[in-house]
Ligand binder design. Structure first.
Ligand SMILES: [Zn+2]
Length: 223
């Protein structure tokens, strides 16, 4: 199922095998476009509902400038699209869009590690294991381990963007949603508790005073 909208003037295209969600998809995409407008992300990224590309809840893909959302959102109805938690999910992804270099680097590290590992496999297939293999294995391991700090840094910085733009209230609701979804700590994502603790700490800093008024607030719409 897909629902795409690539800009203000572009027609919204809704398609898929679950027709009853068409109107809900349209509503979600409209909300995402509104959030893009309020945060200066114009032209908008392409918004699509794709479980694979969403990689869990949501994901931004810089190469095609796509913001992928889990179709499960649609089952929650349009009320959820108006929630602080959804705001936070989207603004976090827009944080990745603000600094796409980190996720591009993460992807390169992953593929570089995979390619070097494959080279080791091919080399050892033709010859006995030797020092060259050991060095290549070490490089592959090093590249893989580099994914960890690069990826965690990317996530922390996207959280910082979310909190600075949308406010600590939105951030707390978003982390609460992630906890409810059982978001697990991994090489690519820090634990939710650590992410929340970082933003609570940042909210106490003097520069966080602007968070008292979220720029996303629109009278009477928020839940
Ligand atoms: Zn992220």
């Amino acid at each position: 199922m897909t629902a795409t909208a690539s800009g203000d003037s572009d027609p919204l295209i809704v398609s898929g095998d679950v027709e009853e969600f068409g109107e809900v998809e349209f509503g979600y995409v409209t909300v995402v476009q509104h959030l893009c407008d309020r945060t200066g992300h114009v032209p908008h990224p392409e918004v699509l509902f794709d479980e694979k590309k969403a990689l869990g809840v949501a994901a931004y893909h810089p190469r095609r400038d796509e913001l992928a959302l889990d179709p499960a959102f649609l089952t929650l109805g349009l009320d959820f699209a108006e929630s602080y938690a959804f705001d936070g999910v989207i603004v976090h992804e827009l944080g990745h869009r603000t600094e796409p270099g980190w996720i591009v680097l993460r992807r390169w590290l992953f593929w570089a590690s995979a390619v070097v590992s494959a080279c080791v496999g091919l080399y050892t297939y033709a010859r006995p294991f030797n020092d060259v293999c050991a060095v290549l294995m070490f490089i592959a391991l090093l590249l893989f381990l580099c994914i960890w700090p690069v990826s965690w840094n990317a996530e922390f910085r996207a959280d910082d963007y979310m909190c600075d733009v949308a406010g600590i209230g939105v951030a707390v609701c978003t982390f609460d949603l992630l906890a409810a979804c059982n978001a697990q700590s991994s090489v690519t994502h820090p634990p939710t508790s650590l992410r929340l603790a970082r933003q609570l700490r940042r909210a106490k800093l003097p520069h966080a005073r602007r968070n008292r008024e979220s720029i996303l607030r629109r009278g009477g719409r928020k839940k």
